[in-house]
Design a protein around this ligand. Sequence first.
Ligand code: NI
Length: 167
Amino acid sequence: MALLPILRYPDPRLHTRAKPVAHVNAGIRKLVADMAETMYAAPGIGLAATQVNVHQRLLVLDISEDKSQLQIFINPEILSKEGECEGEEGCLSVPGIYETVKRSERVRVRAQDRDGHPFEIDAAGLLAVCLQHEIDHLDGKVFVEYLSRLKQSRIQAKLAKQARITA
Ligand code: NI
């Protein structure tokens, strides 16, 4: 397994729309394993392939307390949405920034597992929010794009400053 470098906002590659995974093969399973390792090491609760500069539709997440429940979604699709909720979100591609975003409270998602088998789940709460956040990444969208222009430019300035300090 290997740790993968995570793209940082406002890297333009984060705005790439990922293509469907055609075949769930050994290469995809290796990518899933590397993405999981990268997510746990960060540490984070979700990671989309877009964030490691692989523009294929897959994501990993683990919202459990003890980080024991890795969930893998290949070619995830939101089938339906219900309700509304608001919560603070962060992102491994936008380090140190936490902002309130409006999302659907419940989503039904169809995807494939690591063997390529299709499944559907009804997600609510944190899982629903996390899935919407990560699927947005696959569509080339970063959560800060839900904020005002002014907030977005402040965040860009802050991250540019951080990058200069750590470079
Ligand atoms: Ni994110």
